[in-house]
Every structure is written in structure tokens, then in C-alpha cells.
Ligand binder design. Structure first.
Ligand code: NAD
Length: 300
């Protein structure tokens, strides 16, 4: 079998198009422009790239982008004060604090200061609880993107066996909650799981969010399964020249693609979906804040 390649780049472009259309309607019908505030503390180069690209895509779909850059030495009180101001600002519908934060800050304090209704990352403890209890929540962007791709490929997920490898708060756990909400039978595997290969081999849906380059090989995969590779790992690529690197996922793509029914590539799979879902969440937050109907197909 040769797997269908699930093109996240094209899918994400479609989602952004839907968001842009909806934003256009909000403007003309209600004079409303959704706004996303992104807060970056320090100058981590990878975070800088993410923040720039988030700002660009926010503007491209017709939303307002507010970028707040604070120096590495900023104290927690100052950051909390900025979040209080953004929480109060009616032009801001979504707030994202770029992680990781500098070591002297308490990440939970910061995340939980964001108004849960503006928490477009879905990391606030209230949103975690709402998701876990099957209520309307702001859902973390990466798992939301994975869910959209799974629904698009498989339709109704009800009754399918799903294995999520990785139990982080930002990917593994919310992914498992979303799959459970769609009535999958969910196993969460992690670094202490016994006979992990056999467990993965029983999965109709396999989501890898581990952060270990090419850990999952074709012999871990059930023939015909749908494989979602969240991992982004940079590995040496001497074949491209001295000192060169390339990106790979947590799944060994060539062997997995020979067994799976469908698979996301890295890059170009889940990655582009994450920012598209951030924009979708900002739009959803704006609609909810104004008592308007939420966009269809863009929420969990
Ligand atoms: P994390 O380090 O917080 O969690 C990794 C999880 O993997 C842990 O729960 C751990 O128990 C498990 N694990 C570690 N080694 C294992 C092993 N050998 N076998 C089984 N499980 C093992 O990572 P994270 O933040 O969840 O991110 C996971 C990966 O996804 C990373 O590569 C990250 O870069 C990537 N990521 C991608 C996106 C995106 O937009 N595509 C977003 C977030 C994270």
C-alpha cells in the first residue's frame, strides 16, 4: 500500500480562506474586525520567526494584529499588567503569549491570567476543564488542526481505535480529549508505555507527538491506518552538504507511508494547520464575544 499524503499546506490555505471570508462578512454586516494580540518576551530566534509569521497571516485574513515585544528582563508583574490591559481591550479578541517564557517567570501564572474567552491557545486551566468535560472551550490549535484533518479524511470518527503517542499538555492530552469527544476509543502512550509498538499497531488513527526523530517506523503501523505526525525535529543531513540539516517528524516517513492508508508529511502536514487554527480560534472568540453565530467547520 502507498499512503495518501495529507497536504496540510493546502488544507491550511483553505481554512485561512474560510476565515478571511467570514472576517469580510463580520466587517460588512457588523463593522467588526477580529483582533489578535501576540506577546513575545525576549528574543528567542525561533519564537521571533513564529511571531512574525503569525502577524503576517493575521493581517492577510483581514484581522488586526497587535504585537507586543518585551525585553527578556521583564518582570512577571509587568507582563501580568499587560495581559490585564489586553483582557480589557474590546479590540482584542484573542491573546497569545509566545512560549517558552524566560526562566524567571511562572508559566502557569501567566497562562491563567489571560481571559479564558480570549485564550486562543486553549491553555487556560478553565478551557482545559471545559474540553475535558465536553463543554464549549477554546481548543489548543495543534490538536484542533489534527482533528480537522482526521475528520476531513475519515468523516465520522466514532468507534475508531486511536492511539496518541505523547502526553504533553499542549498536544497529547488535548488531542486525546478531542478524539474521545468524537467517540474514538483512545489510548495515550508515552515514554513509560509497555509494548508500545503493539499498541500502536492496533490503531486506526495514530497521532505522534513525541519529539523523537523518526521513532515510529512502518512496523508500528496497522495497514491502512491514518497517521498524523505532529513532531518537528531537525536532524543532520550530510547528503545536502556539510553542516546541513533537514526537518523530519516523529514518524519514519518512507516506511510508514508504505503501510498507512494516509499520512501527514513533515514539513507541510500539521505545522501549517496550527497557525490556521489560531486564526480560526480568534474568529470564534470574536463571534462569541459579540453573541454572533460561530463559523461552521472551524471549531471542534
Ligand atoms: P513534549 O516534550 O512536551 O512531550 C513529549 C511526549 O512524548 C511526552 O509526553 C513523553 O512522555 C513522550 N515521549 C518521549 N519519549 C518517548 C518515547 N521514546 N516513546 C513514547 N513516548 C515518548 O513535546 P510536545 O510539546 O508535545 O511536542 C511534541 C512534538 O511535536 C515536538 O517535536 C514538537 O516540536 C512538535 N510540535 C509541533 C507542533 C506543530 O505545530 N506541528 C506544535 C507543537 C509541538
Amino acid at each position: 500500500m502507498t499512503a495518501e499524503i495529507l497536504d496540510g499546506k493546502a488544507f491550511a490555505a483553505r481554512i485561512r480562506g474560510q476565515v478571511a471570508d467570514h472576517v469580510g462578512r463580520l466587517k460588512s454586516a457588523h463593522g467588526l474586525t477580529p483582533g489578535l494580540a501576540v506577546v513575545l518576551v525576549g528574543s528567542d530566534p525561533a519564537s521571533e520567526v513564529y511571531v512574525r509569521s503569525k502577524g503576517k497571516m493575521t493581517r492577510e485574513v483581514g484581522m488586526n494584529s497587535f504585537e507586543h515585544r518585551l525585553p527578556e528582563t521583564t518582570d512577571e508583574k509587568t507582563l501580568l499588567g499587560l495581559l490585564d490591559d489586553l483582557n480589557e481591550d474590546p479590540a482584542v479578541h484573542g491573546i497569545l503569549v509566545q512560549l517558552p517564557l524566560p526562566g524567571h517567570m511562572n508559566e502557569s501564572n501567566i497562562i491563567n491570567r489571560v481571559d479564558p474567552a480570549k485564550d486562543v491557545d486553549g491553555f487556560h486551566i478553565l478551557n482545559v476543564g471545559l474540553l475535558a468535560t465536553g463543554q464549549k472551550a477554546m481548543v489548543p490549535c495543534t490538536p484542533l488542526g489534527c482533528l480537522m484533518m482526521l475528520r476531513d479524511r475519515l468523516g465520522d470518527l466514532s468507534g475508531l481505535d486511536a492511539v496518541v503517542v505523547g502526553r504533553s499538555n499542549i498536544v497529547g492530552k488535548p488531542m486525546a480529549q478531542l478524539l474521545l469527544r468524537d467517540s474514538c476509543t483512545v489510548t495515550i502512550a508515552h515514554s513509560r508505555t509497555r509494548e508500545i509498538e503493539a499498541k500502536c499497531r492496533a490503531a486506526d488513527i495514530l497521532v505522534a507527538a513525541v519529539g523523537r526523530a523518526e521513532l515510529i517506523t512502518g512496523d508500528w503501523i496497522k495497514p491502512g491506518a491514518t497517521v498524523i505526525d505532529v513532531g518537528i525535529n531537525r536532524i543532520p543531513a550530510p547528503e545536502r552538504g556539510e553542516g546541513k540539516t533537514r526537518l523530519v517528524g516523529d514518524v519514519h516517513f518512507p516506511s510508514a507511508a508504505a503501510v498507512a492508508g494516509a499520512i501527514t508529511p513533515v514539513p507541510g502536514g500539521v505545522g501549517p494547520m496550527t497557525i490556521a487554527c489560531l486564526l480560526a480560534n480568534t474568529l470564534t472568540a470574536c463571534c462569541r464575544a459579540n453573541g454572533l453565530k460561530e463559523p461552521e467547520g472551524l471549531t471542534a
